[in-house]
Design a protein around this ligand. Structure first.
Ligand code: J2J
Length: 557
């Protein structure tokens, strides 16, 4: 047997054997996924989008040639098989070129979101001991290359910053342009015979603690979820998929997402921005058949149909996920957008649920669907029960899951894994759900210390730690409050150092932003208080305190 990978909790060998015997784990690798697409669909259009060097449209043959050429160049630069590489890219076609180049090379992408800033990128680079960061130059009024260089200066392991930019004149010195690494593709590459049971990449978790967790996914487990998702969603060579959400998000990547499209030989269209104007234009121009959005975007698109002149008739299906889609919104999607709704309840740790094409409307509108795999094990247990007993059928409880594409542990996180997973390997999702008689999941809340801001996940503790770094702050608590558009937004209670001029809310928000964190984590509102207004005395835990404060914040004033 292969030695266990450092920092990774492997699937028990007998379980792995079972998943192979059942035909879920086929031994396919990411390089193999692209090989198969090239063999079957080489001349079909793989990707459409606008990168730093302008509009691009590549066939599978062209995407593969680029990935192979870039893999060779990255290898010459010194990126080696097994190296971790932070991929910090917006929705540009180069995203797919870079990711497949890394897979061809046998290097492991570490996926960051475009909204992340230096503090998050630095943490990913440190925790994964990344040797390189791949990013863009100035975009959305922010210089990514400069921030990546700053991280490289602070993290020993990082030796290279690679930037997708039109020319060397457009980037700071010290970085390498992607263009300068493109070689003529030749010969075999190390990733071509990667071990399918090994870790292929590190995905990002929404996070519930002070620091986000990294999620190690194997070729075998992830590609099973991708192929099965493509089948459930009916993808084929004629599918034109619009990536409206960030490409690196697990939803966009795999449910069935960009990778599902590669498996099916379809076309991916990368939207530079998720707004209705941009996306409706792309739907019309490219004949998009499938798109994936979070609920606030779905609402914005529904609203925008009343004033658009775009022809959206090609759109057959709109996937909504990442946060709970209200039934009122769900009901409008079909009639207003002329596309069938599919609810998607997934998580980067594994388990993904879909409503199915042949489900009755009520199921599609009112549930978040059911698991991909017959071997996804679902348990709904009494919240806060130390023995985690099953609830009565149909009752609300905490969701635990285990299965052929759900991880057994976070990367290098032994202590956290002890609470995030049961002794027998179930992942404690932190979601409160109930099951309908047919096994469809209805999400009703959460037990985890996380705020879901329109699909963007915020760990209360992480933001509190940023506030606590302020010299005039003695304590801080972040809670979610209802928001018509986002579902939830964040509210910070802050206790200042006594006897000094209390910091102003605006200054505290600026302080968090200036620490280099993603804008969505900056508290939407800040309230400076002498003491936490939570009713009652002696909150025994942070969790109890946050719960009481959340109740307080939701009370009408
Ligand atoms: C309610 N809550 C949901 C839904 C996710 C596909 C789709 C989404 C994600 C994702 C993903 C929800 N209704 N429809 O990875 O492959 C909340 C739950 C869940 C958490 C996971 C995919 N869909 N959620 O959102 O890792 O709380 O993955 O545990 O970002 O989002 O967040 P994330």
């Amino acid at each position: 047997a292969r030695p266990a990978e450092e920092g990774v909790v492997p699937y028990p060998p007998e379980v792995a054997e079972r998943y192979r015997a059942a035909g879920y784990w086929t031994g396919q690798t990411f390089a193999g996924l692209l090989d198969a697409a090239v063999a079957a669909h080489g001349t079909r259009t793989a990707v459409v989008g606008t990168g730093p060097s302008g509009p691009q449209r590549w066939t599978y043959d062209e995407l593969d040639a680029r990935a192979r050429g870039l893999a060779a160049g990255l290898g010459e630069l010194g990126v080696a098989p097994g190296d971790r590489v932070v991929v910090w890219l917006p929705n540009v076609p180069e995203y797919l070129e870079v990711v497949f180049a890394l897979f061809r090379l046998g290097a492991l992408p570490v996926f960051a979101l475009p909204a992340h800033r230096a503090s998050e990128i630095r943490y990913f680079a440190e925790h994964a001991e990344a040797t390189a960061i791949v990013t863009v130059g100035r975009r959305d009024r922010f210089d990514h290359a400069a921030a990546a260089l700053e991280v490289a200066g602070a993290v020993d392991a990082v030796r290279h910053v690679v930037v997708a930019a039109p020319s060397a004149g457009d980037v700071p010195s010290g970085v390498v342009t992607l263009g300068s690494l493109r070689r003529t593709p030749a010969g075999a590459l190390p990733g071509d015979d990667a071990d399918p049971s090994s870790i292929a990449f590190l995905q990002l978790s929404g996070g519930t603690t002070g620091l986000p967790k990294l999620i190690p996914r194997t070729h075998d487990d992830y590609l099973y979820s991708v192929r099965a998702s493509a089948e459930i969603c009916g993808l084929g060579p004629d599918t034109v998929y619009l990536a409206a959400l960030p490409a690196a998000h697990n939803f966009t990547m795999s449910s069935p997402g960009l990778l599902g499209v590669v498996h099916a030989g379809g076309t991916s269209v990368l939207a530079p921005s998720p707004d209705a104007d941009t996306c409706f234009g792309l739907i019309e121009a490219e004949g998009v058949t499938l798109a994936a959005v979070v609920p606030p975007l779905a609402a914005a698109w529904v609203q925008a149909t009343s004033s658009t002149s775009r022809d959206l008739s090609s759109l057959q299906e709109l996937q909504v996920g990442g946060a709970k889609c209200a039934a009122e919104l769900a009901r409008k999607i079909g009639p207003v957008l002329g596309a069938r709704l599919q609810q998607v309840f997934g998580m980067a740790e594994g388990l993904v649920n879909y409503t199915r094409a042949d489900d009755p409307d009520d199921i599609v509108v009112e549930t978040q669907g059911r698991p991909i795999s017959p071997d996804d094990e679902i348990r709904v247990v009494v919240p806060d029960d130390p023995e985690e007993r099953d609830v009565a059928p149909g009752e609300v409880g905490a969701l635990l899951t285990r299965g052929p594409y759900t991880i057994r542990g976070y990367y290098r996180a032994e202590e956290h894994n002890a609470t995030a997973f049961t002794a027998d390997g179930f992942y404690r999702t932190g979601d409160l759900v109930r099951l309908d008689p047919a096994g469809n999941i209805i999400v009703s809340g959460r037990v985890k210390e996380q705020i879901n801001r329109g699909g963007e996940k915020i760990a209360a503790e992480e933001v509190e730690n940023h506030l606590l770094a302020h010299p005039d702050v003695v304590d801080a608590a972040i809670v979610g409050v209802p928001d018509d558009f986002l579902g939830e937004r964040t509210h910070a209670y802050v206790i200042p150092v006594p006897g000094r001029e209390p910091p102003r809310p605006a200054a505290l928000r600026r302080f968090v932003r200036d620490r280099g964190v993603a804008a969505y984590k900056v508290p939407d509102t800040v309230e400076v208080v002498d003491a936490f207004p939570a009713t009652g005395v002696g909150k025994t835990s942070r969790r109890a305190l946050r719960a009481a404060l959340a109740d307080h914040a939701r009370r009408p004033t």
